[in-house]
Design a protein around this ligand. Structure first.
Ligand SMILES: C[S@@+](CC[C@H](N)C(=O)[O-])C[C@H]1O[C@@H](n2cnc3c(N)ncnc32)[C@H](O)[C@@H]1O
Length: 152
């Protein structure tokens, strides 16, 4: 069974995505991928894209790894999302039902010239949690952030 877990050579260098995935393709990242259901469903439906799941809880990473075993375009990282975003990644889509949290992310990004932001015009399916929150009447807020210069 293929192991989809990434072992890092460095904790501060940007991920070498081409080496990790063995090809060059657009990257989707699920920060807090839980048991990997959403991540793997997306990856299965979009074989031309690369998918990285980041999760801090070991059992969930293991479950994700089992689900991702047959998917060539999925890799997993056991790590704090904060750390991965700060040091290892360059582009981010934010989706949350928490309007206050969303406002804070947007405010921070807008006041930091190292990020370019747009309204996150992405065509992604709803995740399991996204659907649950939407059924409860919550709106999902989207934002796309891109690091335009190194964030040290
Ligand atoms: C609500 S679940 C979402 C699972 C999946 N993304 C989905 O939409 O179906 C949130 C997951 O994020 C993980 N998580 C929360 N904060 C995290 C952090 N700072 N770093 C890594 N994982 C985190 C939790 O352990 C949990 O498994």
């Amino acid at each position: 069974m293929a192991c989809r877990l990434i072992g890092l050579d460095s904790l501060i260098d940007r991920l070498d995505l081409e080496r990790i995935f063995g090809r060059k393709a657009p990257l989707h990242v699920d920060l807090g991928c839980g048991d990997g259901s959403f991540l793997c469903a997306l990856a299965q439906g979009m074989p031309d894209k690369n998918f990285l799941g980041i999760e801090r809880l070991l059992n969930r990473v293991r479950t994700s790894a089992r689900k991702a075993a047959g998917l060539e375009n999925v890799r997993l990282l056991r790590m704090e999302s904060f750390y991965a975003v700060r040091y290892l990644l360059s582009a981010i889509h934010v989706a949350t039902d928490d309007v206050d949290y969303f406002g804070i992310i947007k405010e921070v990004a807008e006041s930091d010239r190292r990020f370019a932001i747009s309204d996150g015009d992405v065509d992604l399916p709803m995740s399991r949690f996204g659907l649950i929150f939407r059924q409860k009447g919550a709106s999902i807020h989207w934002l796309e952030l891109r690091k335009i210069s190194p964030v040290k």
